[in-house]
Design a protein around this ligand. Structure first.
Ligand code: NAD
Length: 349
């Protein structure tokens, strides 16, 4: 049997594929459209080992999804394919609705058809693990945390499209009995993240001596989760998670954006002293429209029911991430040249 991973050529999807290859003996089939955010290089070692098959396809293509799901005969599906950058959703929301909402609907229908034809033991073991975000809950003030019972209040076109997808996923459980699981996780960091997101963007801008744009006052808070810890949580959900349940997954590492940028500057000072101090490059710019102030996760439920807790120390993980970008220019340079050179996105004008 196999694991089917949508969006496997993206940041978290590729971390999940590497983890599945390490932790299980099953084959991995990836469905990925290879949009600007998908990178085949992130999976090349697994493809070369014959552990993984990458199928380039669009999740909104329902007949194609039906065919791939039937042929790959997965024990479970991990659904990660999505348009994911909040700033791009401000500039062009339509793709987000198409992929995140209509694409999720196509995956659910393909999964439902497949699941209904399974023998009893495979049917009982099957899970559709939908990877969502804590952004569906909106914004916190200075105190409190999100949990599985927090009402939805998305702010951006991105988080609204993810919220729409989450509601569809739960409807497929309530209406059709498809054994779904929803994971709402906090901001991920780690290796192979497309350099439009805060951490890799700042590392690469430090490296080229460009200014480091910090939105507003830099005081927005995110709860950082290593993608490898997240991958471990997702496999546990597929193996032991209760159908119909939601799990909130957080790294327990709340930091302001300015703390992240200052820390990256310090790490870069140690590695590139000739350009130090890098924090002279910090430039405060207009805030993102509708910018949520703070996210933080209460991960008690997944801890108590599945025995999961984050294992990575944030400072050490951040230093490892900086080192990975410094020694993997062949991974990110073509993206800068062909796809995204670091310009401001999502100003809303
Ligand atoms: N990165 C985070 O901090 C974070 C936090 C919470 C939740 N999530 C969720 O986790 C999932 C993965 O996020 P990521 O950061 O790895 O994203 P990513 O942007 O790095 O990767 C997304 C992948 O989906 C693929 N894709 C996009 N549209 C597609 C389509 N129509 N058909 C098939 N493939 C398509 C892309 O090619 C890419 O490989 C997403 O669902 C996202 O909403 C991410």
């Amino acid at each position: 049997m196999s694991w089917l991973v949508t969006g496997g050529a993206g940041f978290i999807g590729s971390a999940l594929c590497h983890y599945l290859a390490e932790a299980t003996d099953d084959r991995i089939v990836v469905i990925d459209k290879l949009t600007y955010a998908g990178n085949r290089q992130s999976l090349s070692s697994l493809e070369m080992d014959g552990r993984l098959e990458l199928i380039q396809a669009d999740i909104t293509d329902f007949p194609m999804m039906t065919e791939i799901v039937e042929k790959s005969a997965p024990r479970s599906i991990f659904h990660l394919a999505a348009e994911t950058h909040v700033d791009r959703s401000i500039d062009g929301p339509a793709n987000f609705v198409s992929t995140n909402v209509a694409g999720t609907c196509a995956m659910l229908e393909a999964a439902r058809n497949y699941h209904s034809g399974l023998a009893d033991s495979a049917k009982d073991a099957f899970r559709f693990v939908h990877v969502s975000t804590d952004e569906v809950f909106g914004s916190l003030g200075d105190t409190g945390t999100f949990s599985e019972t927090t009402p939805y209040a998305p702010s951006s076109p991105y988080s609204a499209s993810k919220a729409g997808a989450d509601h569809l996923v739960r409807a497929w459980f309530n209406t059709y009995g498809l054994p779904v699981i929803v994971s709402n996780c906090s901001n991920n960091y780690g290796l192979r993240q497309f350099p439009e997101k805060l951490i890799p963007l700042m590392i690469l801008k430090c490296l080229s001596g460009q200014s480091l744009p910090v939105y507003g006052q830099g005081l927005n808070v995110r709860d950082w989760l290593h993608a490898d810890d997240h991958a471990r949580a997702l496999l546990l959900m597929a193996q032991k998670g209760e159908p119909g349940e939601t799990y909130c997954v957080g790294g327990g590492a709340e930091r302001t954006n300015i703390w992240i940028v200052e820390t990256i500057c310090r790490l870069m000072d140690e590695r590139y002293p000739e350009n130090a101090p890098h924090n002279r490059l910090i430039e405060y710019v207009d805030d993102r429209p509708g910018h949520d102030y703070r996210y933080a996760i209460d991960a008690t439920k997944i801890n108590m029911s599945l025995g999961w807790a984050p294992s990575r120390d944030f400072e050490a993980g951040l230093a490892e991430t900086v080192d990975w970008y410094l020694s993997n220019e062949q991974w990110w340079k073509p993206l800068q040249d062909r796809v995204y050179a670091g310009e401001r996105l999502g100003s809303g004008t």
